[in-house]
Design a protein. Sequence first.
Length: 415
Amino acid sequence: MATFRPFPAVRPVKELVSEVAALPYDVMSSEEARKMAKDNPYSFLHVDKAEIDLDPSVDLYDPCVYEKAASNLKRMIEDGVYLKEEKPCFYIYRQIMDGRSQTGIVGCASIDDYRNNVIKKHELTRADKEEDRVHHVDVCDANTGPIFLTYRNKSAITDITKKWIRFHEALYDFTTDDGIRHTVWRMDDETINEELKALFERIPAFYIADGHHRAASAVRVGEKRRKENPDYTGEEEFNYFLSVLFPDEELSIWDYNRVLKEWNGHTPETLLAELSNCFDVRKWEKGMCKPKERHTFGLYMDKQWYLLKAKEGTFDSEHPVDRLDVSILQKQVLTPVFGIEDPRTDDRILFIGGIRGLEELVRLVDEEGMSAAFAMYPTGIDDLMEIADGGSIMPPKSTWFEPKLRSGIFIHQLK
């Protein structure tokens, strides 16, 4: 069964939390991060994307980037931007976006649960991206970004969080520039925390919703520390990694769209002819084409939208991976038509999170010279869990969760 425990958080002082909190490092480019952190010395991007404080010519994976991250974190702690809790606590973290809320518990998950597949994965990681976060965690000596975990909802856990919220004052309550409200409560009652730990131990599995690279790197650093400390007991902080655990019923998965940079020898006419072998293709005259059901896709090219519907027999409806829309597009379009065998490493494809809207797809095609864009229907949370339970892997970039967890609100030091 699963292990989830409280931890002695390093967290921002209340007066600065709204300036510290930042989007995850992997949803923006370095240039975007520089703009976001401009004139804000407290932004956690100075830690999570420390290259913004170095010359743009510096390689992202240069050792000096990780050293800068560690020195920035140390400075922020020494300058009183952060404080450290004296005792381990759980925290409740609620986000409200467009009137919809998701409420999770912040704590630490076990690297052994990850190794033993109690914490289930649904994506492969890229070696270079994983190595980057290994160095970042190791040099900073801390988990600086939480892993987004989910579980099949247990009413007893939800009841405890609701009761705590009802009778306790919030530790933080602020709204970010994108209109998302973030509220945090500290659960400092040891009896309640022990009750929560026991309830988590009855849960058969946690699932990584977002943060596969962060999770894998945290585990690798923990394994490294174990080798360096052969007399470890298992209770040391490096045996655990920072996470926020949400019930599945509260999560929202958005579309994760695809943009192709090149035609691979095709024209709009030949592409439509190719697609008609596997899809019913219809010109769309009602504005932008946002899919409303599974196995449908919006296609934008040459200033025109089309609606595609996968024909029967083009996918295995009984296989949970094959029936995913991202799998259908990969097998029927990206590989045979555009020659993209591995979308994780092929630089001819871009992945655009649904938060940017279909307008971004149109802009990339019309203004940036991309060839075509595909608007996707979102993957379901039930699909994610079924695939992870079966030990299978989704295609890359199958899920985009919103709202994103903010980094910098909680830091888990490894010693």
